[in-house]
Design a protein around this ligand. Structure first.
Ligand code: MOS
Length: 695
């Protein structure tokens, strides 16, 4: 252990599980088939508001292969849930169209689907209200916004500052509802053994699923085991359990059989979360030279009648730019819709579309280069808290992007660059995302054969988490990555925080480093004397992470876009997208690049394609599949590049890393919309940028 081993952190290690994935050995939740397994298919409400009167259970039970038909009247009772969405089949109330009202369990998936399809459900229908409007009489100020920010923050006198500002931008932007759509839809396989429950489940954190399910079934968490070694994406939709997890467990309990439940792609559009639509008014007041005097950013959003989820849409505006007078607010209306939830950078993504579009409009109003405008408004400290930034390299990202993208000498005149049928333009926007950390536990074991095993209930949703934890552990153990085996994705491992909030690596990595350090100390103490069965050490970072408010910690980035707009059809095509990020130390350049360009791709998808369309009469999102809900594919992304600047930040965690899972999507849509304006002279303030808005 005394020889010098080259640092593993910083190297482009291939994904450690990639051989398992390409050979099909990696198993996803639904691929697990216990003996005697039965299949559950849920039935969804066909009204947006009202009550279930009756379900014709007898008719369903006569269908081939049917084992059980469960609804409110015959469902096992659950303990009250913190999240009422999870109190599934506990009440006859229907709170949104698509809500689960019944469940069929059958011998085969085909039998279950057929019986569910023919199930007759009678409703008492009530008038529904599903339309988000800024002037909705039900608009109110939530107490806090996700996860725990004040809804409103005001500093100085922004109204007076706006009234006195030589240049004012006052514009309203809207973003539609969007659905996360990970490649692997949600799925749960539930199996009871006496008082014990095992779930094979697709999620972003097995510890959280365990705790939530245990509480609903009134059991100690130790009686529940959640196994999730491989997860095909989440984008926030698997950050907390959705009702299907409870349905699977409930069906297995009711029937005494192991039960498989897969949420179909079409069902996902009602039952696994989505990004709230937003209406945002931004007012910027500035001096003629572009220096901001006032920023006012007001967001209007929706939640369900079941549960308040208030997205933190305007929080990035609290820390992005210097301005003495400022106000940021959130208003929410409870509609007869599913509960919105986390979708990749909830808050920052729609919020920065509005702010960074408004900054572009201000640059034009001040006849200033949009990069220079941002540099001119760079704050010395966090404008909201006054705390110093642990590191803030937005300007370095902008400057590096200018050089790499070829921004210098850009002619700001809109609508004048023609390439055949196409009008061509470029745009820029800033990115940001907070650097969070959450308590986790880990263990590290020295095996007798000289290898190491590290255990933590972390989750790899396709990000490369398993790989970077291997690298982090190898360095802390002063060994090479090929001697380290990292076990994750199982709630029986040491409890860990979510793969969410871009804090996985920071949170789990800290716990892994501390466990490995403790193991190295223990091995040193033993002086090379390793007992049979090895030596183990563990760590819990709860104390370490407490009370560290001395800095504002955020990652930053700059996004540059070039688009062509077809002058005949109005179609917008991405020509180039280039991002430069400052996100602390990059643990693995290969997986990091994938995270950045994945986020950027999702951002351009948001700019040009993604939109869940609410039908007022039906009370539901109309587009329920990939034929109608469009997501960027390879042909939409011809040229995409991500770079990062070197950033040494000692105020973060033992790795010096900031999160990178979400920042790539932040700002992208504004960069694209700004480029569309530069190309055409048309300012699109309502996403997505469809061709009918441009012709
Ligand atoms: Mo992310 S939306 O916090 O999983």
């Amino acid at each position: 252990m005394t020889t010098t081993v080259p640092s593993s952190v910083g190297s482009a290690l291939d994904r450690v599980e990639s051989p398992d994935k390409v050979t099909g050995h990696a198993r996803y939740a639904f691929e697990h088939s216990p003996r005697d397994v039965a299949y559950a298919v849920p039935v969804q409400a066909t009204i947006a508001r009202g009550e279930v009167r009756t379900v014709d259970v007898d008719a369903v039970l006569k269908c081939p292969g049917v084992i059980a038909a469960i609804w409110y009247a015959n469902a096992p009772k659950l303990a009250p849930a913190d999240n009422p969405e999870l109190s599934v089949l506990q009440s006859p109330r229907v709170s949104y169209r698509g809500q689960y009202v019944a469940l069929v369990v059958a011998e085969t998936l085909q039998d279950a689907r057929e019986a569910a399809r023919t199930m007759k459900v009678e409703y008492a229908t009530e008038q529904h209200d599903v339309e988000l409007r800024a002037d909705h009489p039900g608009m109110y100020r939530p107490n806090r916004v996700n996860p725990n920010f004040p809804a409103d923050v005001e500093q100085g006198d922004p109204d007076a500052a706006l009234a006195g500002a030589p240049v004012v931008v006052d514009a309203t932007y809207t973003t539609p509802a969007e659905h996360q759509n990970p490649m692997e839809p949600h799925a749960t396989v539930a199996e009871w053994d006496g008082d014990g429950l095992t779930l094979h489940d697709s999620n972003q954190g097995s510890s959280v699923v365990r705790d939530t399910v245990a509480s609903l079934f009134g059991m100690p968490p130790a009686n529940v085991r959640v196994i999730s070694p491989h997860v095909g994406g989440g984008f926030g939709s698997k950050g907390t359990p959705h009702p299907h997890v409870i349905l699977a467990a409930l069906a297995a309990k009711q029937t005494g059989r192991p039960v498989k439940l897969a949420v179909t792609r079409q069902q996902m559009f009602a039952v696994t979360g989505y990004r709230t639509p937003t209406i945002q008014r931004v007012r910027l007041g500035a001096d003629a030279d572009g220096r901001l005097r006032a920023i006012v950013h007001e967001a209007f959003e929706q939640s369900s009648t079941l549960r308040e989820f208030a997205e933190q849409t305007t929080t990035p505006t609290r820390m992005m730019y210097a301005a003495p007078d400022r106000r940021t607010t959130h208003r929410l209306v409870r509609l007869d819709v599913p509960t919105p939830s986390w979708m990749r950078a909830p808050g920052e993504t729609p919020g920065m579309f509005a702010l960074e579009s408004a900054m572009d409009e201000l640059a034009i109003a001040c006849e200033l280069d949009p990069v220079e405008l941002r540099i001119r408004n760079e704050p010395d400290a966090d404008p909201e808290s006054g705390l110093p930034f642990s590191s803030r390299n937005l300007v370095a990202c902008l400057r590096d992007g200018v050089r790499r993208f070829g921004w210098t000498d850009r002619d700001p005149t809109p609508g004048v660059r023609r390439r055949g049928r196409w009008l061509v333009g470029t745009g820029v926007a800033s990115s940001t995302y907070p650097a969070y950390r959450s308590p986790s536990q880990a263990s590290a074991r020295a095996e007798q054969d000289g290898r190491f095993t590290v255990r933590i209930a972390a989750s790899d949703i396709g990000t490369g988490a398993r790989t970077v934890l291997t690298q982090i552990a190898a360095d802390a153990l002063r060994t090479s990555a090929d001697r380290v085996q990292v076990e994750i994705g199982d709630s029986s491992l040491p409890t860990a925080s979510l793969a969410g909030g871009s804090m996985g690596t920071a949170s789990w990595g800290t716990a892994v480093v501390r466990a490995c350090e403790a193991l190295v100390d223990e091995l040193d103490r033993r002086g090379g004397d390793l007992p049979a069965g090895g030596v183990e050490a563990s760590a819990d970072t709860t104390e370490e992470i407490k009370g560290r408010q001395r800095f504002a910690r955020h990652a930053f980035g700059a996004q540059f876009a070039e688009v062509g707009v077809d002058t005949d059809t109005g179609e917008t095509r991405m020509l180039r997208l280039l991002g430069v990020f400052a996100a602390g130390r990059i643990v693995n350049p290969k997986t990091a690049r994938s995270q950045f360009i994945g986020g950027m791709t999702m951002g351009l998808s948001m700019a040009l394609l993604e939109e869940s369309v609410m039908d007022r009469e039906f009370g539901d999102y109309l587009n329920h599949d990939f034929a109608q809900y469009h997501i960027a594919t390879c042909a939409d992304v011809p040229d995409i590049e991500a770079f990062w600047v070197e950033e040494e930040d000692p105020h973060l965690n033992p790795m010096g890393s900031k999160g990178i899972g979400e920042i790539g999507i932040v700002g992208t849509a504004a960069a694209v919309a700004n480029a569309v304006h530069h190309a055409t002279g048309v300012r699109i303030r309502d996403l997505p940028i469809r061709l009918d808005k441009l012709v």
